[in-house]
Design a protein around this ligand. Structure first.
Ligand code: PSU
Ligand code: MN
Length: 308
């Protein structure tokens, strides 16, 4: 069996590949486990449109009937958005999900692997997984972090959510040799808030620098990818003082309910949506679109195309 038997390119992505146009990968766990229907599908479409408007081509990744779909048709996206039993697929589950022929939504880790297999170097998401609070007891550290040490994809996210332990998350990324690059500011952003109060290890101010650094790593043979932490637009931000009490409450509830393993992140996202009366979702949509625009710029820079 060869790779071409496993990858299915959508017509739009196939055409872009043939023409050598810049591509941006998108994950699908955010669709199946990160947002409620129908906003999940509406957002996925809006994010794809941002990338097109910024002069690149979107490739939403998902697993269906034993194949890695690189780019989804409108019907496939709708089916994924409505399904209730898609697997949440990380590095550990990727081969198994395909072998079983199940529907699978890719996390950051699995999306990086699939993007790399498809020859795509840039990927936009909302937030990455990280080290959970209490990880010194639970050992709950997202496989997303280790993936950055292995797979050469530049990922744009709005930092990491403050439901995580952010200092420990930055420490683990450093241990894995991952460049964590704040875009246009010194502080590491905290998803709904522009600042976490922590300084990011690196800062870059334009897409040319990010593309040059990506290419330099490849050139040097340094394995792994980069994490670009792009702060949420000011007008969409929920300041830390406002969001913190909801975070504390969601975390306490998760603990009381004994939520563990893969269920932790989806549980916390859903509770934050309810506790903020939907405001967390409005923020989430704004920041994903913002990340999509930046990723499109990086993809263009990697292709040597003009960027605005
Ligand atoms: N963080 C977010 N939104 C998300 C996720 C994380 O702010 O939608 C999703 C991503 O797909 C990420 C995954 O890769 O959750 C991490 O899950 P876990 O913590 O179980 O590794
Ligand atoms: Mn986990």
């Amino acid at each position: 069996m060869t790779l071409s038997n496993v990858l299915t390119f959508s017509p739009e992505v196939a055409e872009a590949r043939a023409a050598g146009r810049p591509l941006v990968a998108l994950e699908s766990t955010i669709i199946t486990h990160g947002m409620p229907w129908p906003q999940n599908v509406e957002t996925a479409r809006a994010v794809e449109d941002e990338i097109r408007a910024a002069g690149a081509v979107p490739a939403t990744l998902a697993l269906m009937a034993g194949r890695i779909h690189v780019g989804l048709t409108s019907q496939e996206l709708e089916r994924l958005g409505q399904t209730r039993d898609a697997m949440k697929v990380s590095r550990a589950d990727l081969a198994a999900c395909l072998a079983l022929g199940r529907m699978g939504a890719t996390t950051v880790a699995a999306t990086m692997i699939c993007a790399h297999l498809a020859g795509i170097s840039v990927f936009a998401t909302g937030g990455i997984g990280g080290v959970h609070r209490g990880a010194e007891v639970s050992f709950d550290i997202s496989a997303d972090l280790a993936e950055f040490s292995l797979t050469p994809v530049t990922v744009v996210g709005a930092g990491a959510k403050a439901i995580l332990d952010l200092p420990k998350t930055l420490e683990v990324l450093e241990t894995y040799g991952v460049p964590v690059i704040a875009y246009g500011q010194d502080d590491f952003p905290a998803f709904w808030s522009r600042s976490s109060g922590l300084k990011a290890p690196l800062r870059m101010d334009n897409v040319g620098q990010i593309a040059a650094s990506h290419l330099m790593r490849v050139n040097l043979g340094v394995t792994g990818g980069q994490f670009v932490a792009n702060p949420i637009p000011i007008e969409a931000e929920i300041p830390r003082a406002e969001i913190d009490p909801f975070i504390e409450q969601a975390l306490a509830e998760a603990q009381r309910a004994g939520i563990s393993a893969k269920a932790v992140t989806p549980f916390l996202l859903q509770r934050m949506f309810e506790l903020t009366q939907g405001r967390s979702l409005i923020c989430n949509i704004a920041l994903v679109k913002n990340n999509a625009r930046l990723a499109a710029g990086i993809a263009r820079a990697l292709n040597g195309l003009p960027t605005s």
